[in-house]
Ligand binder design. Structure first.
Ligand SMILES: CC(C)(COP(=O)(O)OP(=O)(O)OC[C@H]1O[C@@H](n2cnc3c(N)ncnc32)[C@H](O)[C@@H]1OP(=O)(O)O)[C@@H](O)C(=O)NCCC(=O)NCCS
Length: 236
């Protein structure tokens, strides 16, 4: 899916059957960055300060600051008033005080882009990857993918391999980010796909997967329980 990323309307609403995906530019002008930094909590600022490279620090500030701005918009509060809790494996969720909103979100970033997925019914996961050459692609696939997936990948031309590798990766990670389990469970999740067919999760529960192309050389996937979702994509 190669969506149009339109600016969100001013009277934005999130219906119970909707998923909103926001595309975020992480390389922000200095003035914006300074403002976004003022919206972060002290632990987020401390985390930003720990990045060794300025580029990484600035992208973290942009990602967190814009995430706060997006969530603040749905909650009707200032970005600085958004509060997070962290699950056991580090997944940020909204603090208890916002439980009534039911708002769930997940963020992913790669290079200059971020994606934030939002839903008001159940937990959601998103993964975004910049497609880059991987010299150890087959070795990684052998280590982290299931035998069937690895064999499928090996049957493809090198060009197709790269794209299919990142499709497997983003789909698995999107699911593991929805559950909050993270990468340690990568080899437990089976994804069914071919170069021409949309990916499906091979699990017993009903889960939806959406594959997105947010920009040239980027691939992303969004995972959420159940079916019947209506996806809307916004440019922040
Ligand atoms: C979460 C994880 C999948 C991120 O992968 P990634 O491709 O490097 O990064 P992405 O850009 O897709 O996602 C990062 C964002 O996901 C969110 N996130 C962090 N941990 C998460 C988790 N367990 N589940 C879902 N989302 C998570 C955060 O918003 C994070 O953004 P931030 O770094 O700006 O705070 C990976 O770091 C992981 O597996 N973490 C689990 C760690 C763990 O198991 N720890 C053991 C307990 S100590």
């Amino acid at each position: 899916m190669n969506p149009l990323w339109l600016p969100a309307p001013t009277d934005l609403t999130l219906l119970p059957d909707e998923i909103h995906v926001w595309r975020i530019e992480l390389d922000q002008p200095e003035a914006n960055l300074q403002h976004l930094r003022t919206t972060l909590s002290s632990d987020e600022i401390a985390r930003a300060e720990r990045f060794y490279f300025q580029e990484h620090r600035q992208r973290f500030i942009a990602g967190r600051g814009i995430l706060r701005a997006i969530l603040g918009r749905y909650l009707g509060i200032k970005p600085s008033q958004v509060q997070f809790n962290y699950q056991q494996r580090g997944k940020p969720v909204l603090a208890e005080t916002f439980a009534d909103s039911g708002l769930a979100f997940n963020l992913s970033h790669s290079q200059k882009l971020g994606l934030c997925a939002v839903n008001c019914t159940c937990p959601i996961g998103v993964d975004l990857e910049y497609i880059r050459p991987m010299s150890d692609l087959e070795a990684l696939a052998k280590r982290f993918f299931l035998a069937r997936e690895y064999e499928m990948l090996r049957s493809l031309s090198p060009n197709q391999q790269q794209e299919v590798f990142f499709r497997y990766w983003t789909c698995k990670e999107a699911y593991l980010k929805a559950t909050g389990d993270g990468l340690s469970q990568l080899e437990q999740v089976e994804v069914l796909l071919t170069p021409t067919e949309p990916a499906k999760l091979q699990i017993t529960e009903d889960w939806s997967l959406f594959e997105l192309v947010p920009a040239n050389n980027y691939l992303a996937a969004v995972a959420i329980a159940d079916f019947g979702w209506n996806l809307k994509c916004w440019q922040y």
